[in-house]
Every structure is written in structure tokens, then in C-alpha cells.
Design a protein around this ligand. Structure first.
Ligand SMILES: Cc1ncc(COP(=O)(O)O)c(C=O)c1O
Length: 339
């Protein structure tokens, strides 16, 4: 294993040895290529640069106590990238190509998969860009699919910790019939002003409302929202949120653990009725929410006593990470163990 300060790694870019690339030209995907270069050679008129023809994914590789390396639900990321690609008129990397690329790049960079005890993981970033040149607003005819990895530090350095959230009422990240349900770069550019504002005010995340009525919870900039009450896991149903693979997994786990699951609109007015609330996504798994401030309406919704995570958040977190690291049986067949 390489010598890195695993426990103090940020969620940032750390150079590794290899990435993998595949080009789509003349209507077909080529061979997967291995590269040790950190840069790409891109035409200045590439559609990714001008018209945002760009899709990405994010997943993690986990080193278990048994030293085995596991990928979590990689096929789901493959399917989500394919649906993003289809929506913005890009060639779709087939699921087989995507999973082969992820397995190959993680295997090639095994020494960068952090040790189990560190709590750090290897973040995997698949990227698909329109690389063909166009000047009119049109889809490219050439695409580059690449996957790089980077070790990232433990999200929770001292155990699972609740965060403060703010309701964002000054901007939207996605339009009602826009691109919120797919993983395109433009959604994240649109979320930067709110994120800046939130951080300046001391909040970890901004929670977006539905853009049409400003009445229902959508999601946060990089995570889905859920609330817990009466032994029920409740999460928003909306066209403008990203279908989180973590959320999908938590819904299955919640049912497995004897809870009810509801996927439906959640009105802001319902926030005060939850016993617990949380944000979920690959980075943190679960961020229990301590409080949500709705500054413009002068309201605060609190969920934690003494800033301690609620019991349901903790149970879900332990069950999900248990499967991801191989400490619990993979009852849903979510994990790919690398040979
Ligand atoms: C907007 C948004 N919502 C939710 C998520 C969580 O999705 P996942 O659980 O697949 O990481 C992410 C992260 O990818 C995201 O960017």
C-alpha cells in the first residue's frame, strides 16, 4: 500500500497511478485503454466545453477487515450514467463496459484503496464527455468515457455526526421538467451559489424545494432527503431529484428491518412532524440532520437532542456500512468483490 496519511485525507483529488479511457467514434465504442496521464487532450470546440454535454458518476471501493476490496452497486451507477447520457443525447456506455472500466481502474490502483481501520475509501469517478467538435448547438458525434479514482478521507472522523441544514429559497438547482433527475455538471454549477451562502452562514447543506410551488422538499445539492416517523422511512418523490443509490438501498434496508417505506411528496409544513431527518448519498452514507432553518420564514425544525444522531439513522448507517465493508452478509447481492 502507498504511504499516505489515510486518516487525514480530505475529500479532494489525490494522484493515483492509472485511469482508464474509452472513445466512442464512428458509431461504436473502442477498446478500454489504460493511461497514466492525468490530463486529456480535448478539441477546443468539444460540446462538453460549450454546451454542457457532460455526465458523471460517483461510487466507492471499500477495503474490508478481510483485506478484500468491494464495490457497492456498481451496476446501478452504470444504469444511471446510461440514462443521463440518453437524456442529453450522448452515446451510452454499455453497463458491461462501465463495470469493466470501474473494476479495471480499481484493480490497477489497489495500493490506493485505504486500509480498513482508517475509515477512508477509494472514490471512483466515471466521466462521460462530448469530445467531438461542434459550433452549432448539437450533440457531438464523438465521446470520451473515462474513470479515475482518488482516495478520500473518512467522512466522519469521530463517528456519525449530525449536521445543520438550511432551506434554500433564493435559487433552484433544477427546473420542474429540467435535468434534476440526471447527473449532469450543470446541476452542480447551479448549486454553487446556494452552497457558498450556506457555508458562509455555517450550514453544511442547502435543501432545495420544488421549483414550481416552493412547497415540497426536493433534495440537497449532493444528497437525497429522508424523514422518519412512526416507524416509517419517508423520502420525496419528485422528477427533479437525483435517484440516489444510497437512498434506494436505505429504502430496501428499512423494509428489511421492519419499517414502512413511503415515497411521496413531503411538504415543508410536514417537517415538524418527523422524529428524525437525514441526508443520504455516497459520500456520507447518512448525515443525520440536527436542525433545518427556514430563514425567510423564521422557522427552525430540530431533530437531535444534544446533537446526537437518532436511533433509526444509526441503525440504517450501521447496516449499510456493514454490507459495504463486508462485515454483514450481502443479503441483497449489492456487493462486487474484486478478485
Ligand atoms: C444531487 C444528488 N443527489 C443525491 C446524491 C446521492 O446519490 P448516491 O446515493 O447515488 O451517491 C448525489 C450524489 O451522487 C447527488 O449529486
Amino acid at each position: 500500500m502507498v504511504n499516505l496519511d489515510w486518516k487525514n485525507l480530505p475529500f479532494g483529488y489525490e494522484k493515483t497511478n492509472y485511469n482508464v479511457r474509452c472513445y466512442y467514434r464512428n458509431g461504436a465504442w473502442g477498446e478500454l485503454e489504460i493511461s497514466s496521464s492525468e490530463t486529456i487532450n480535448l478539441h477546443m470546440a468539444a460540446t462538453a466545453l460549450h454546451y454542457g454535454q457532460e455526465a458523471f458518476e460517483g461510487l466507492k471501493a471499500y477495503r474490508g477487515k478481510d483485506d478484500k476490496i468491494r464495490l457497492f452497486r456498481v451496476e446501478e451507477n452504470a444504469k444511471r450514467m446510461a440514462s443521463t447520457a440518453a437524456y442529453i443525447s450522448m452515446a451510452q456506455p454499455p453497463v458491461d463496459l462501465f463495470t469493466k472500466a470501474v473494476k479495471t481502474v480499481v484493480s490497477l490502483n489497489k495500493e490506493f484503496v485505504p486500509p480498513y481501520e482508517s475509515g477512508a475509501t477509494l472514490y471512483v469517478r466515471p466521466l462521460l464527455i462530448g469530445s467531438g467538435a461542434q459550433v452549432g448547438v448539437k450533440a457531438a458525434n464523438e465521446f470520451l468515457f473515462l474513470v479515475f479514482v482518488t482516495p478520500v478521507g473518512p467522512y466522519y472522523k469521530k463517528g456519525i455526526a449530525p449536521i445543520d441544514a438550511i432551506i434554500e429559497r433564493l435559487s433552484d438547482r433544477a427546473a420542474p421538467l429540467g435535468t434534476g433527475h440526471i447527473k449532469v455538471g450543470g446541476n452542480y454549477a447551479a448549486s454553487l451559489p446556494a452552497q457558498d451562502r450556506a457555508h458562509k452562514l455555517g450550514y453544511a447543506i442547502s435543501i432545495y424545494l420544488d421549483a414550481r410551488e416552493k412547497k415540497y422538499i426536493d433534495e440537497a445539492g449532493t444528497s437525497n432527503f429522508f424523514g422518519i416517523k412512526n416507524n416509517t422511512y419517508i423520502t420525496p418523490e419528485s422528477h427533479s431529484i437525483l435517484p440516489s443509490i444510497t437512498n434506494m438501498s436505505l429504502m430496501q434496508l428499512a423494509e428489511h428491518l421492519g419499517m414502512k417505506v413511503e415515497r411521496r411528496q413531503i411538504a415543508v409544513d410536514e417537517l415538524h412532524t418527523f422524529e428524525e431527518a437525514g441526508a443520504c448519498g455516497t459520500a456520507a452514507v447518512i448525515s443525520p440532520i440536527n436542525k433545518i432553518d427556514d430563514i425567510e420564514n423564521n422557522k427552525t425544525y430540530s431533530y437531535c437532542t444534544d446533537c446526537k444522531p437518532g436511533p433509526v439513522c444509526v441503525k440504517l448507517f450501521e447496516n449499510l456500512t456493514g454490507i459495504q465493508y463486508g462485515n454483514l452478509p450481502d443479503v441483497f447481492n449489492w456487493v462486487t468483490v474484486l478478485e
